[in-house]
Design a protein around this ligand. Structure first.
Ligand code: ATP
Length: 543
């Protein structure tokens, strides 16, 4: 069963060293996260797979790594200083400050057309505070999302040293358009790719790493002749979907959503979002926009921009004239993609049936949990309904529904019910012995590719052979670890939970004939391979 709640993924990530709450020794800093030993491997693999696909495997792309701090004028002429903001309203009754466009959308059932429409609704008392229900809301005001800092040793007290932490990597690409064009002698169409940190003072961060204030983007600006933009846009939409699918994302969890006219930025001709079905619902994974010639023109010297030193344009040899290319922008998030791959790969599966009496005891407890939720007062009706129906169907289906029970045991709302403690006391032990958690990550994304175990850790010959094997595999560039801290069954389970595709066990037969068992994470099948065949076999499976 795949993950049905983000809590399940958060719990796995903390337990197994993928992602930790940031600054936890000081109580944390809301919505900031640190990638742990396995998380950094996974996210690096996602970024590497992206780079390989959009730079190395194409003939029309170059890479770039621009600075995070840029001249403030970049953000003035890109439009971010004036318009990169969210509309906020203050509730005079409870003093909260919700996002006015979200309040409008939730209460009117559609997105607002702009600030005037939101404010008309506030003035007509058509909107209420989502926290306390009051209609006493202030007119919505724009709140800029860029983080400010200053350069230089002296704080002059004015804005002379003001710089922004970039809120997107894209502008670094536009302002380097001429540099890349000249140095790499490129002809249209061609593109520039960049991976890097971006910062936004988001009003409502949340859903784990889905929306944070510091995150990483993977952005492409693809420059084409005007007139060739629509076909290039279509090609990138297909290309980017295939990237996710080729890395194992399930087709039913990925969809393309065409942005409606009123959602489009004023300069965008068209924009589609690739959306993933996260546990909290369909949400944006990547935006692919046709931004026309807006950005290159915005950073070119003109009556509107007297600060730019020159023009960002292209001399078309065939047409014998200068033109300003159109830009197609596939803009993805490394953190969001990583989270989506994690959610997609997650599975709790029953591997063997528990004894009948244990199963009966568990069923009775889950039934009593359902009854207890049903009797509970003061619980929101939708939560009650969700928990009761989940518990009833789990109880009826045990032991086949043990994987679903794991999800329920990790549900933060279910934890508030007293009987859940008893359910967990019995359920966790049964789940531990009879189910396994697996991350079916694509081998190229998995944090570790191979784990090597000796059958007995107190046999020096097995240990030496296993350690040597690990070193040889690692030397060939494949991420491998050695582990002898438990029985083989337990070690397999640990590796399944973090998505390691192959476990290699060195046993006594290995000493005689130089063969080992290779156990496949997904099928749990074991095969015997010659040690000399391991390298080529793993390399072939990694492609
Ligand atoms: P959203 O509507 O979800 O806020 P956006 O449309 O503002 O996203 P873009 O400006 O198009 O996002 O950024 C491109 C990509 O960068 C997004 O598709 C997403 O993957 C990623 N991204 C944007 N903001 C964040 C954030 N606060 N945290 C994590 N990733 C983000």
């Amino acid at each position: 069963m795949p993950a049905t709640s983000l809590d399940t993924i958060v719990s796995l990530c903390k337990r197994r060293g993928f992602v930790f709450p940031s600054s936890s020794v000081y109580g944390g800093l809301g919505s900031t996260w640190d990638y742990g030993p396995l998380g950094v491997e996974l996210k690096n693999n996602v970024k590497r797979a992206w780079w390989r696909s959009v730079v190395h495997e194409r003939d029309d792309m170059e890479g770039l790594d621009a600075a995070i701090l840029m001249n403030r004028l970049v953000w003035k002429y890109s439009g971010h200083e004036a318009t990169f903001s969210d509309p906020m309203t203050d509730c005079r009754a409870c003093k909260t400050r919700p996002r006015a466009d979200h309040v409008f959308a939730a209460q009117k059932g559609r997105d607002p057309k702009g600030l005037p429409e939101i404010n008309a609704a506030i003035e007509a008392k058509e909107l209420v505070c989502p926290k306390c229900g009051s209609k006493d809301l202030t007119p919505a005001r724009p709140f800029n999302l860029m983080f400010k800092t200053s350069v230089g040793a002296v704080d002059s007290g004015d804005d002379s040293g003001l710089v922004y932490m970039r809120p997107e990597t894209a502008q670094g690409i536009y302002v380097n358009f001429g540099n890349v064009l000249d140095t790499m002698r490129r002809k249209l169409p061609f593109g520039i790719a960049q991976v890097g940190k971006a910062f936004r003072n988001e009003i409502t961060p949340g859903n784990f790493t889905f929306r944070t204030r510091e995150f990483e983007q993977m952005e492409i600006e693809y420059f084409v002749r005007p007139g060739e933009d629509e076909a290039a846009h279509e090609a990138w939409i297909a290309e980017r979907q295939n990237w996710y699918l080729n890395l194992g994302m399930r087709r039913e969890n990925l969809r393309v959503r065409e942005q409606e006219k009123h959602e489009l930025a004023h300069y965008a001709k068209r924009c589609v979002d690739l959306e993933y079905r996260f546990p909290m619902g369909w949400s944006e994974l990547e935006g692919i926009a046709n931004r026309t010639d807006y950005d290159l023109k915005a950073h070119s010297r003109s009556p509107e921009n007297p600060d730019a030193v020159g023009e960002l344009k292209y001399f078309d040899q065939e047409l014998k004239k200068h033109l300003v290319p159109y830009v197609i922008e596939p803009s993805a998030g490394a953190d969001r993609a990583t989270l989506a791959f994690l959610c997609d790969a997650y599975e709790d599966a029953l591997v063997k049936e528990p004894p009948a009496e244990e199963n009966t005891r568990l069923r009775e407890l889950v039934e009593s949990f359902a009854k207890s939720v049903g009797r509970r007062e003061g619980m929101a009706a939708d939560v009650k309904q969700r928990l009761v129906s989940a518990a009833e169907s789990i109880a009826a289906g045990l032991p086949g529904t043990l994987p679903q029970l794991i999800g329920l045991m990790e549900d933060s709302e279910a934890a508030a019910i007293e009987v859940m403690k008893k359910v967990r006391g019995v359920g966790e032990k049964i789940a531990e012995e009879h189910t396994r958690t697996v991350l079916h990550l694509h081998p190229r994304l998995a944090p570790l590719t191979v784990a090597v175990f000796p059958l007995k850790r107190n046999d020096a010959r097995l240990v030496e052979l296993a350690r040597g094997l690990k070193r040889d595999i690692q030397r060939s560039g494949v991420r491998a670890v050695y582990d002898d801290t438990g029985a083989i069954g337990k070690l397999y389970r640990r590796q399944d939970e973090i998505g390691t595709p192959w476990c290699i066990t060195v046993d006594f037969q290995s000493l005689d004939d130089q063969t080992v068992t290779v156990r496949d994470r997904d099928t749990m099948q074991q095969e015997r391979l010659k040690i000399t065949d391991l390298g080529p076999t793993i390399a072939a499976r990694l492609t």
